[in-house]
Design a protein around this ligand. Structure first.
Ligand SMILES: [Zn+2]
Ligand SMILES: [Zn+2]
Length: 342
């Protein structure tokens, strides 16, 4: 079968390979992958900047159809339409993080798509306890975005307290920032979404999705816009979804005194940030990484209810053979979300 694999440590080393089809081990199901979302993480792996175990098939945002089940599998059967919880793979189940539901911090983890084979392939094999049935009205494309949606559900609904009267400033109109904006809008709060001149198209898209105000920070002062919308106080909540120093500082500047700051963007490198704002504004600062068990149930419920249309975030659907093009689109910020369809 065809699979997009990271073959060795270092930069590049990603190729479309022909490898044997995997068989379902006991307790596991074999999925014919129908859609695989490309994530910033995949680009980090392409450049060698994220923990992974080569050779490994990439892809952790997965939706597909169950084609075969291994011995002892009783939760799903062939023909079921499913999505995958990739990040709890290999968890020990007994450490304090596993027991409290925060498997993301288990040191035993070996995530699907970076440390064990993922979904940028015709088939993948996954333990049955990491499988979720897709709601009837959710197609494979939309279903493949369940994992990034879950990241946003944890950040917005589980870790940040937002009231309908709040003005929420989000920095970064990438897929995560856009999905966070949609979730905040569901709560009834006002959203200011900030990007750069390069993000013009995405900011336009955000306005068509109902974001209240967009800011191109190369021509406008985001903090001033936040103050203008809050009688001079500043944003009640900020969600940083870029992960670079200037964006962090802009958020610290735009947030109101006694405000809430949630870090969603991954900071790969130490950044020069004005941490004094945390004390002088008495901010409540929260990091939001991955998801917890509780998040998945809520995420699936949102999808089942049709509360959020994930298809509108997908701008490119690319066959597996042209994976390079989809990776380039992601890296060059062309459109919004790229999905590979084997
Ligand atoms: Zn992802
Ligand atoms: Zn554990």
């Amino acid at each position: 079968m065809k699979a997009v694999r990271k073959l060795a440590q270092g930069t590049g080393q990603v190729a479309l390979c022909d490898i044997p089809e995997p068989d379902p081990r006991p307790g596991c199901v074999k999925i014919a992958v129908k859609a695989g979302g490309i994530c910033g993480t995949d680009i980090h792996i392409l450049h060698g900047g994220y923990a992974f175990n080569p050779p490994v098939t990439l892809g952790h945002e997965i939706a597909g159809e169950v084609v075969e089940v291994g011995q002892g599998v009783d939760r799903v059967r062939a023909g079921d339409r499913v999505t995958v919880l990739p990040s709890a793979m290999g968890r020990c189940g007994v450490c304090r993080f596993c027991k409290s539901g925060f498997y993301f911090y288990c040191v035993n983890r070996s995530s699907i798509g970076s440390k064990t084979d993922g979904g940028f392939a015709e088939y993948c094999v996954v333990p049955q306890d990491l499988i979720y049935l897709l709601p009837e009205d959710v197609d494979y494309r939309a279903g493949s975005l369940t994992e990034p949606l879950a990241c946003c559900v944890q950040a917005v609904y589980e870790l940040t307290a937002i009231a309908p009267s709040d003005v929420v400033l989000i920095s970064g109109p990438g897929p995560i920032g856009m999905i966070c904006a949609a979730l905040v809008k569901l709560q009834g709060a006002a959203v200011i979404l900030c990007g750069t001149a390069q993000d013009r198209e995405r900011l336009e898209m955000a306005r068509s999705f109902g974001v209240d105000r967009t800011v191109d920070v190369t021509t406008e002062d985001a903090a001033q816009v936040a103050r203008d919308m809050t009688d001079g106080y500043g944003a009640d909540v900020v969600l940083e979804c870029v992960g670079v120093g200037p964006s962090v500082n802009q958020c610290l500047e735009a947030v109101a005194r006694l405000g809430r700051y949630t870090q969603v963007g991954l900071l790969d490198h130490p950044a020069q940030i004005d941490f004094g704002k945390v004390i002088y504004k008495q901010l409540r600062v929260q990091g939001a990484l991955g998801q917890a068990w509780s998040t998945w149930e809520k995420t699936l419920r949102l999808l089942r209810r049709g509360a959020i249309d994930m298809n509108r975030f997908i701008t490119h659907e690319v066959p597996l053979d042209r994976w390079q093009e989809a990776f380039d689109n992601t890296e060059q910020k062309r459109g919004l979300k790229n999905v590979l369809c084997p």
